[in-house]
Design a binder for this molecule. Structure first.
Ligand SMILES: [Zn+2]
Length: 317
């Protein structure tokens, strides 16, 4: 977030709050993309917002700035704007609405159809993002929650203008990360490592279901992006994304083509790199290409085979 030169009172009263919602599978570089987008003036990278309603996160897990959420200069104020929401109730509604098995029901549901849990969760969602916009003064909120069902709820929220970025990463790189890297998840619990088969099967399901939501959101509001293309040309990619959502690239957020100036972060949940600040050079380490066992790579390639060509990945990386 860089609100230094945002006029007081932005966003304008009555205008919609833009949300850039990153879809896709975990370990696809969504935290890095969110951070880089959030470095621009008028953009706020919030992390994985869907976890905000998790009582463990809201009470016991620190924000990327190091403070507990209630003490954080951003989330403390956001939570103070939401005291009318019954946390226990909204957690129950979220569980009901965002259940993966509900994705088709969510896609079919019209705003006027009766689904009390969806109506209540939609209202809480609208209030939450509006509170973030009010507290930060930013015009665009970047959310790397990635869940297609959560993304669909945003389209019902009357104060929001969602833009969806479907971020795809080479399934072999994703599988390598799931097998080798450990860190805490949204609610502070340890995310378990996954086998190459399990990780890639989930990669396939999440990417296919991310594509399905275009039937409800419209193609003009969804962009597919490969992590590898983003990391090859970060500044150009961010300039294109900013233009897409009706903003312009904040030139001061980049020191050069691939060095971004990351401000103090208030991202919640997700990859621990969300806490880094200062000048960050964006490049892919290529570690998975050097270190991944050939058996794991073959399994990931086989499971992802139906969509490898669709996403522009060669059978043999
Ligand atoms: Zn914070």
């Amino acid at each position: 977030m860089n609100t230094a030169s945002v006029p007081a009172g932005s966003p304008e009263r009555g205008s919609l709050t833009k949300v850039v919602y990153i879809l896709g599978r975990g370990r696809s570089g969504s935290t890095t993309l969110g951070q880089v987008l959030g470095a621009g003036n008028g953009f706020f990278y919030a992390g994985e917002i869907r976890y905000l309603w998790d009582p463990v996160l809201t009470h016991n897990t620190p924000c990327a700035c190091g403070e507990q959420l209630s003490e954080c200069p951003v989330w403390g104020k956001v939570l103070a704007e939401l005291t009318h929401i019954d946390l226990d109730q909204i957690v129950r509604y979220q569980r009901e609405v965002l259940r993966e098995s509900n994705l088709v029901r969510l896609m079919r549901t019209r705003p006027d159809q009766a689904w009390p849990a969806l109506a209540a969760f939609r209202d809480a969602t609208d209030d939450l993002y509006s509170a973030i916009a009010k507290v930060t003064g930013c015009r665009v909120i970047v959310d790397s929650s990635k869940r297609p069902s959560h993304a669909l709820v945003l389209r019902y929220a009357p104060s929001l203008a969602p833009y969806y970025v479907h971020l795809v990463r080479d399934p072999r790189a994703s599988a390598y990360s799931w097998r080798n890297r450990q860190y805490s998840g949204g609610a502070g619990d340890q995310i378990r490592q996954r086998s190459s088969f399990d990780a890639t099967l989930r990669w396939l399901l999440l990417n296919v279901s991310s594509e399905l939501i275009t039937y409800r959101t419209g193609r003009e509001r969804l962009r597919r992006m490969r992590y590898e293309d983003f990391i090859a040309a970060p500044r150009d990619t961010i300039a294109e994304l900013a233009d897409w959502v009706g903003e312009t690239l904040d030139e001061s957020s980049f020191a050069d083509e691939r060095t971004v100036r990351v401000p103090v972060s208030h991202a919640i949940a997700g990859n621990p790199v969300r806490s880094r600040t200062g000048e960050v050079v964006l490049r892919d380490s290529g570690e998975w290409q050097r270190s991944q066992p050939s058996r794991d790579r073959l399994i990931a390639t086989t499971v992802a085979a139906p969509v490898l060509h669709r996403y522009g990945y060669p059978f043999k990386p």
